[in-house]
Ligand binder design. Structure first.
Ligand code: 0O2
Length: 206
């Protein structure tokens, strides 16, 4: 018999998890603001992977329909964007200290960037969702990156989509250069971090 998935039902806990996590993480940012402290979290976004993308990833990685829940770990996705590279590690520590989910994997693509030039810190978490059928666990991928890394990744992602993963060599070269430029930007900003923060603080008070 051919396997089938009722996608609406399947994705319910993922939507719930992404919505809850967005509220919780944006709440952390708000708390810094209320306490008049610098927030390492600049922006939080979230999405549930579209069914077509889930299926194409499953096909690409040779994952059967019944294995999707276990093997595709980024059906639920949260992205935390920050200003400085050091903020990424502060955020990782903040998330490690939480008790409302379990971190099951960490991927540091800052220490080891991908061959494409991609840099980010990924956490895979196991998140409990209260459903009408009891507690269900879903995995969610949390991507943590600076604004510069995000700018690069969004553009590279669009190009990958446009060229169905086969980006022409000359554009790949430009992307590598752009990744290096984004890296340099992060390095330079780190060096003048205090100056930048002071300026932002004065602006905020006004
Ligand atoms: P989308 O459209 O963003 O959902 P693994 O088996 O661990 O190697 P996996 O599960 O793909 O493979 O994990 P990985 O490599 O940590 O990537 C997960 C997600 O990180 C990707 O999801 C992207 O969102 C992002 N990512 C990873 N590598 C790159 C890259 O080179 N460029 C960009 N722009 N993003 C990247 P999806 O499903 O690929 O895509």
């Amino acid at each position: 018999m051919k396997e089938r998935i009722d996608w609406t039902t399947f994705l319910v806990p993922y939507h719930q998890a992404v919505d809850e996590l967005k509220v919780k993480l944006r709440g952390m940012r708000k708390q810094y603001e209320i306490e008049k402290q610098y927030s390492p979290i600049e922006l939080v976004t979230g999405r549930v992977k579209p069914v077509a993308s889930i299926l194409s990833k499953a096909e690409r990685k040779n994952i059967g329909l019944h294995e999707i829940k276990e093997k595709i770990q980024d059906i639920g996705g949260i992205r935390i964007v920050c200003q400085f590279v050091d903020d990424i590690y502060t955020i990782v520590d903040l998330l490690r200290a939480r008790h409302d989910f379990e971190i099951i994997e960490e991927k540091d693509y800052l220490k080891e960037k991908k061959s494409s030039g991609y840099r980010s810190y990924h956490l895979i978490i196991r998140y409990p969702v209260a459903t009408i059928h009891g507690e269900q666990f879903v995995t969610v991928e949390i991507q943590i990156r600076t604004l510069a890394m995000n700018f690069w990744a969004i553009n590279e992602h669009s190009l990958n989509y446009k060229y169905s993963g086969e980006i022409p060599k000359d554009i790949q070269m430009r992307l590598k250069k752009a990744a290096e430029a984004a890296f340099q930007l992060d390095e330079e900003m780190a060096k003048i971090r205090e100056e930048v923060q002071e300026a932002q603080w004065i602006f905020h008070k006004k």
